[in-house]
Structure formats: structure tokens, C-alpha cells
Design a protein around this ligand. Sequence first.
Ligand code: FES
Length: 139
Amino acid sequence: MSMGSDMYRQQILDHYKNPRNYGDLDDPTFSHVGENPMCGDEIKVDVLLEDDGETIEYAAFSGEGCAISQASASMLTDELQGMTLDELDDLDRDDVIDLLGVDISPMRVKCAVLVEMVAQDGAAIHQGEKTSIEKTTTE
Ligand code: FES
């Protein structure tokens, strides 16, 4: 294992043990829930928008999951602060995997991208671009 990936592993463990932005927002602009059907783990993302209606003031998450899903949720909610909904929409799975900084096995990619898919679907529903998703799944 290289020094670099060791550092990232430590960072993942730190985010898992001390998740940033964990909890529920009192008055979110929108909330959305998603599930990784491989394991049944669920994550909820709450987003508060600024008055312009498009810039993310704060994002929080709650739910249970493995170290990868929780670290990914902790890191992504950090990244979302100050981002616009368009920028959120432009994120792809590689962006999240880059944030984690380690090679993710195909099985665990769903763990890594769950939070991103939940946040993107929540934003799309809020903007009226998607209407019928009760719960996002990573299938
Ligand atoms: Fe459930 Fe990773 S094992 S989210």
C-alpha cells in the first residue's frame, strides 16, 4: 500500500467515525432518501438553499451504512456547501470516488455513490424535473 492510499484510508475512517454534517436540518428546502439495495442501508440528505434558490447553504445527512457510504456522505455534504444545484447535477460517480481517493471495488461503488444519487434526485424533484421517485436506489 502506498503512503498516499494509506492517508486516504485514514481520512475515510476519520469521516466514518466523526461524520461531518450528520443529522437532520430543522427546516430544509428539500429532503430525499435513498437506499443501496445490495445491503438495505439508507441515507437521507437534507439541503437548505440560500435565498437565490440555487446555491446550497448547508447540506446534512443521516442514516446507517458502511464506512465507505458514511465517509462518502460526510465528504460530499462538505463539498456541497456553496455549490449550485447545476453544479450538483454535473457531478458524476468519478467525482465522488475521487473524493474518497481509494480504489473502490465494483461491489462498493454503490456504497460510494449513494449520497450523490440521493442529493441529485432530491434536487431534481425540488426543481420539478423528476416527480415520481419516492426513494432513490443505486440499482
Ligand atoms: Fe451498505 Fe455500503 S454496505 S452502503
